[in-house]
Design a protein around this ligand. Structure first.
Ligand SMILES: [Zn+2]
Length: 425
C-alpha cells in the first residue's frame, strides 16, 4: 500500500515537473508582437498605418497588417505611436568632452585619465541607446582605445549600450589635430592619434587599429600638418579592404577632399567647404557625406563669437542644401563633444536637426539618413535600417509624428535592441 502511494506521488511529481519544463519551453518559444499604429517604411520614406511586427528572438519574423499570432505571444501595444527602425549616428565621440566655451585637446589629454574617459564613454553610450540610437559609429579621440573596453563591457552585460562601430585611433599626418605642443611633450597626442605620413605608415597604423578592435578606419586630412595625397588615401582604402573595412576621412574641401573621393573612401566627415563640383563628384563615386551639421549654439560652445557662429551656421545650412539638391548620399552624424548647459550629450547632438530643418530637408529624408542610408554606409544594410522580415529587431517608438516635425525624434518612449526591450515608458 505504502509502495503504491509512493509510486502515485512520484508519478504526480513527474507530470508536474515535465509540465513545468513544457511551460518553460513554451515561454522560451514565445514571440513578441508589436502593434504599431504607424510604421516608418525607410525604403519609401512613408508611414504605413496599423502594422503588426512579429519578433522571434533577435529578428523580425514578419511585418504586415492583420497578421495572425499565437495567444501565448507577448503583445506590446504601440497603436498610438510612430514606430521606426533604431536610429544610427555615424559620427560620435563618446569618451570625449571639451569644456564649454574653451575647447583644448592638450587640457583634455593632461587632466583626464583613460579610465575616466572610459567611464564617461559607457555613460554616454547608454544615453544614446535610451534615446533610440541602437547603432553608433565611434570615430576616434577615445583615450588609448578606451572604447574597445566599453564594447567588451556592453557585450558582457555590465553596461547597456548600442552596437558600436569603432575606429580606434585617428590616423593623421604628424601631430594629429593638435597645435602648439612643445617638443618635450611631442607625443602627447599619441593616445588619440597615430602619426602616419606615407602609405607604409598608414598601412601599419590600420593594422594596429584592427589589432585593437577597430572595424572602421578614420583618417584626418587637411588639418595642421597638411593633407593626404591620392596615393595615401588609396593605400588606406586597399589595406582596409583586405579586412573588409571601410575608410572614412575628416576633411573640409579642396584638393584634400578630391583626393579622398578619388581614392575611394566611403565617406567624408564634415566637408564644410565642399563646392558643388566636389559634391557632384561624391554623387558620381557614391561617397557619403556625414555632414555633422552643427548650428549656432554649438558654434558658441566652441568659443566662437556671435557673428562667426552665425556665419558658420549659414555656411553649413548652405552646404547641406546644395548636397541635398545635387543628390550626394548622406548619412546622419553629429560630432558633439561639448554638452550644452542643462542638456546631456544626446540632447545636445539632436540640435543638429534644427540645421536640417533650416536647410528645408524633408523629414522623411532626414529619417532615412538616420536609418537606411546610415546602414548602407556602415555596410549593415542587410541586417539593420529597415523593419522587414529577417532584419534585426532594433525598433523604437515616438509619441508624435516625425514626418510632421523631425524634432519628434527627441522623445523616444520605446526602445528595443536585437529583440530585447530596453525602454518602455
Ligand atoms: Zn569628430
Amino acid at each position: 500500500m505504502k509502495q503504491k502511494l509512493n509510486r502515485a506521488i512520484l508519478t504526480t511529481l513527474f507530470f508536474f515537473f515535465s509540465n513545468l519544463v513544457l511551460t518553460g519551453q513554451l515561454l522560451q518559444a514565445q514571440n513578441i508582437v508589436i502593434k504599431a499604429g504607424h510604421l516608418f517604411d525607410s525604403r519609401t520614406g512613408k508611414m504605413l498605418n496599423d502594422q503588426t511586427i512579429i519578433i522571434k528572438n533577435d529578428k523580425i519574423q514578419e511585418v504586415g497588417s492583420n497578421l495572425k499570432y499565437k495567444i501565448t505571444d507577448t503583445v506590446i501595444d504601440l497603436s498610438q505611436s510612430w514606430v521606426l527602425p533604431g536610429l544610427m549616428d555615424c559620427h560620435v565621440h563618446i569618451t570625449f568632452n571639451f569644456s564649454y566655451g574653451n575647447p583644448s585637446y592638450v587640457q583634455l589629454y593632461t587632466t583626464e585619465s583613460s579610465s575616466l574617459r572610459a567611464l564617461r564613454g559607457a555613460y554616454v553610450a547608454e544615453q544614446f541607446l535610451m534615446s533610440g540610437f541602437t547603432t553608433i559609429k565611434e570615430i576616434g579621440n577615445d583615450a588609448n582605445y578606451a572604447t574597445a573596453d566599453i564594447i567588451k563591457a556592453i557585450k558582457n552585460g555590465w553596461t547597456k549600450g548600442p552596437a558600436i562601430f569603432y575606429a580606434g585611433k585617428i590616423i593623421a599626418p604628424y601631430g594629429g589635430q593638435t597645435s602648439g605642443v612643445n617638443i618635450e611633450n611631442e607625443h602627447l597626442w599619441n593616445f588619440e592619434y597615430i602619426d602616419a605620413d606615407n602609405p607604409d605608415e598608414i598601412k601599419k597604423a590600420i593594422r594596429k587599429n584592427i589589432y585593437y578592435g577597430a572595424n572602421v578606419i578614420k583618417l584626418v586630412s587637411g588639418q595642421q600638418a597638411g593633407y593626404y595625397d591620392l596615393e595615401d588615401i588609396k593605400a588606406a582604402v586597399d589595406e582596409a579592404k583586405k579586412s573588409g573595412l571601410k575608410v572614412t576621412v575628416h576633411v573640409q574641401g579642396g584638393t584634400a577632399a578630391r583626393n579622398v573621393i578619388l581614392g575611394g573612401a566611403a565617406a567624408i566627415e564634415h566637408g564644410f567647404e565642399l563646392d558643388n563640383d566636389l559634391l557632384r563628384l561624391m554623387k558620381e563615386k557614391g561617397t557619403f557625406l556625414v555632414g555633422t551639421d552643427v548650428g549656432y549654439d554649438s558654434n558658441i560652445s566652441w568659443g566662437l563669437d556671435s557673428s562667426l557662429a552665425k556665419s558658420e551656421e549659414k555656411r553649413t545650412i548652405d552646404r547641406l542644401k546644395r548636397a541635398y539638391k545635387i543628390g550626394t548620399k548622406m548619412a546622419y552624424g553629429t560630432d558633439l563633444v561639448i554638452d550644452e548647459p542643462g542638456l546631456n550629450r544626446i540632447q545636445t547632438s539632436l540640435k543638429v536637426l534644427k540645421t536640417w530643418k533650416a536647410a528645408e530637408i524633408p523629414s522623411s529624408y532626414v529619417l532615412q539618413t538616420m536609418t537606411i542610408y546610415a546602414a548602407e554606409l556602415l555596410g549593415i544594410e542587410k541586417s539593420k535600417g529597415v523593419l522587414e522580415q529577417s532584419y534585426l529587431a532594433d525598433i523604437i517608438a515616438l509619441k508624435n509624428n516625425p514626418l510632421e516635425d523631425i524634432e519628434s525624434v527627441k522623445n523616444v518612449h520605446f526602445v528595443m535592441k536585437e529583440g530585447k526591450v530596453i525602454k518602455q515608458d
